[in-house]
Design a protein around this ligand. Structure first.
Ligand code: SF4
Ligand code: SF4
Length: 676
């Protein structure tokens, strides 16, 4: 059955056909109708869309993070935005590529050449190359409808998000699209803690980077055989006895809507030309090399950045091919604005009628601008480092040494310090209180703990093990919403989703996530870990502290008051060192539903005064090790009080701040203050 569809409608129906179950986005021309179409379809009883979760998020970052939480729970997700919205979502997207996904994620980013309704003429293909994320670039609504299903398959095959990048004329043009049967749809598998796989730590990022690079090479190879990339008019050499074949010497490389324009003039293709259509990135280099074989000149027809052009120039350089590449860089094509049917036709016509060979080596060196010679940073007087007289180099080195002063004394070797929350850290009490409350009151409900960026990410370490996800600043609150939505789609409607966030991160990007949760009726527990400072970066002030960078008084913004003003009704405020009170506060929130919050207020040890250290009464200590196994405070160790004696807990008085949390853990009353 064929249906007349706008490009954005085709993308929406293509995503539903592919089994998308979570759809988020922020409106922006030319992308808006994608999500609107799915919302309209959701009103049709029994439709796939009616079973999906759909929301307009508070911004593109929140939309992407929520979808990331769902994609980490195995759901196929779609996030929609325009190109400038990608700037807002770039923080989570860049990191998510390193973290990976288990359900397919397509980020539909509509570019706006012209621009017609945007501040910039950004090219999302370039963003994809920069972010190391594959990009699918459809040329028509029909192609977009088919391509999005492939985009999900590629996303799941490589476990990474992918971008679908239509441009205005693909989004807003109409075409008759063949509607195909729905593809099989799997319910989300649900969130799997998978040994910290979803927490982005530097060593994970390093390993992921290697995998990403390997994946990009494989994808580039695979894309050479993908239907979105086409080589048209390539002729096999004549066999003996056959009529001689006129080998094309001119090539036209194009992609996106420019391909559709070009084909208006090139169908049938003249015998002297062949055509390369590029619909995916990483660039299909093998196919492009086949295209370049035997050509003298290539005209590149594309909108926005010279992305295809640059790739072809690079390929020619690597393979030492003497081919003139004409496009934006050569001044043959406009470097701004939209392409149009007439302008593309004019350029192609002119290209096919003429053939001008300009070889850079034929130009006199004097004609090159001075900047070419000085591009290395050397004075134009020297073309390379080898031409600089040794005396001049020695003088420059001596001058640099004088300017930088005497070398600093060698630093002593640093002690090995495992990544763990400090002794006396208030976050230890907060994590412990939540963990214990979940153990006692969750009654078998699945609990997932989303973390955020800050020293409290270390709450993921044993024995606390309280951070299941960490993506980027402010993402904990939104990821918790996504995981909760995916669990609900799986049929688990009572999952407990906690979102931990520090005070500085709360002000950085946490607030929009709360607005999103309240507006979209989420079911999560927000846990603010307020330690009265920006601890991880060196105790800088933030808006909740009442002083500014100069130490002068500033308006002190109350975190509980902000949360309340955002519409959260159930809010608790507790001292993380008072475990019993905190336990009851968390219990009361577990028993409620909707968006609720608890604010733990306790100072970082770097800004608070240490009291007398605690000590262990070895006569009472049974050596049960509960204080170690439950808390993981680095001040507590276990060792024999004398050679061969039974193991007892020991508190290091240098490290212990006297916070007293361990006193509440010990069931034998063996830990007390210094006066014990
Ligand atoms: S009182 Fe206990 S938990 Fe607190 S710092 Fe000292 S040893 Fe660690
Ligand atoms: S101090 Fe208490 S909790 Fe720690 S090992 Fe001794 S008895 Fe067990």
């Amino acid at each position: 059955m064929k249906k007349l569809l706008m490009g954005n409608e085709a993308i929406a129906l293509g995503a539903l056909r592919a089994g998308v179950s979570i759809v988020t986005g922020y409106p922006g021309t030319p992308s808006t109708e994608i999500l609107e179409t799915i919302a309209r379809e959701a009103k049709v009883s029994g439709s796939r869309a009616s079973r999906a979760y759909i929301e307009w998020s508070v911004n593109e970052k929140a939309a992407l993070e929520l979808a990331a939480g769902a994609a980490c729970s195995g759901a196929r997700v779609l996030v929609t935005m325009k190109q400038v919205g990608l700037n807002v979502a770039s923080d989570p997207l860049m990191s998510l590529n390193y973290l990976g996904v288990s359900g397919g994620m397509v980020v539909a980013v509509a570019d706006d050449p012209g621009p017609i309704s945007s501040q910039t003429e950004q090219d999302t293909r370039r963003f994809g190359l920069y972010a190391k994320i594959p990009v699918f670039d459809p040329s028509t609504p029909e192609e977009a409808y088919l391509m999005i299903a492939d985009a999900y398959n590629w996303s799941e095959r490589y476990g990474r998000p992918v971008i679908l990048r239509p441009t205005t004329r693909v989004c807003h043009s109409y075409a008759s699209v063949e509607i195909l049967p729905d593809l099989p749809q799997k319910p989300p598998a649900g969130f799997d803690k998978a040994e910290g796989r979803w927490v982005i730590f530097p060593n994970l990022s390093y390993r992921s980077h290697i995998k990403i690079e390997e994946g990009l090479v494989k994808m580039g190879e695979g894309f050479s055989a993908y239907f979105g990339n086409q080589l048209i008019g390539d002729k096999a050499p004549a066999e003996e006895g056959d009529d001689p074949v006129q080998a094309p010497t001119l090539g036209i490389a194009t992609g996106g809507v420019s391909y559709a324009y070009a084909m208006e003039f090139l169908d049938p293709l003249p015998p002297q030309a062949k055509l390369l259509k590029v619909g995916t990135f990483p660039f299909p280099a093998s196919l492009a090399l086949k295209f370049l074989n035997g050509l003298d000149e290539v005209l590149v027809v594309e909108e926005l950045d010279p992305v295809i052009e640059d790739e072809l120039v690079r390929l020619c350089g690597i393979n030492q091919l003497k081919i003139t590449i004409r496009g934006k860089r050569s001044g043959d094509m406009p470097n701004a604005g939209e392409n149009a049917l007439a302008s593309v036709g004019e350029k192609i016509e002119s290209f096919l009628k003429r053939k001008i060979w300009v070889n850079i080596s034929d130009l006199d060196k004097e004609e090159l601008p001075e900047t070419t010679l000085s591009a290395s940073g050397l004075s134009p007087a020297f073309a390379s480092l080898s031409e600089v007289p040794p005396a001049a180099l020695a003088a420059a080195a001596a001058a640099a040494a004088v300017a930088s002063g005497p070398p600093p004394p060698e630093a002593p070797p640093l002690p090995v310090r495992p990544p763990v929350l400090c002794a006396g850290c208030p976050h230890r009490g907060s994590f412990f209180a939540v963990k214990e409350a979940v153990r006692k009151y969750a009654k078998g409900r699945k609990a997932v703990f989303s973390g955020d960026i800050g020293c409290y990410t270390l709450g993921n370490a044993q024995p606390l093990d309280m951070v299941d996800t960490c993506l980027c600043m402010g993402a904990g609150i939104t990821m918790a919403q996504g995981i909760n939505r995916a669990e609900a789609l799986k049929g688990n409607s009572d999952s407990l989703n906690f979102a931990f966030i520090g005070d500085s991160t709360f002000f950085h990007t946490g607030i929009p996530g709360i607005v999103n949760a309240v507006y979209n009726k989420a079911d999560i527990i927000i846990v603010v870990l307020d330690n009265f400072t920006t601890a991880m970066t060196g105790n800088q002030p933030h808006p909740g502290m009442g002083r500014n960078v100069l130490g002068a008084d500033a308006e002190k913004i109350s975190i509980p008051a902000v949360i309340s003003a955002l519409g959260v009704k159930a809010i608790e405020k507790v001292n993380p060192f008072d475990i019993k009170t905190a336990d009851l506060a968390v219990k009361s929130l577990i028993e409620k539903s909707g968006v609720r919050a608890i604010v733990f207020e306790g100072p970082c040890i770097a800004v608070s005064k240490s009291v007398s250290p605690c000590i262990v009464d070895t006569a009472k200590c049974t050596g049960c090790q509960s204080c170690i196994k439950k808390l993981g405070c680095p001040a507590i160790s276990i060792q024999p009080v004398s050679a061969g004696a039974k193991l007892k807990a020991l508190i290091d008085p240098v490290l212990c701040t006297g916070c007293g949390i361990c006193k509440e853990i010990c069931a034998f009353g063996a830990i007390g203050g210094a006066a014990l």
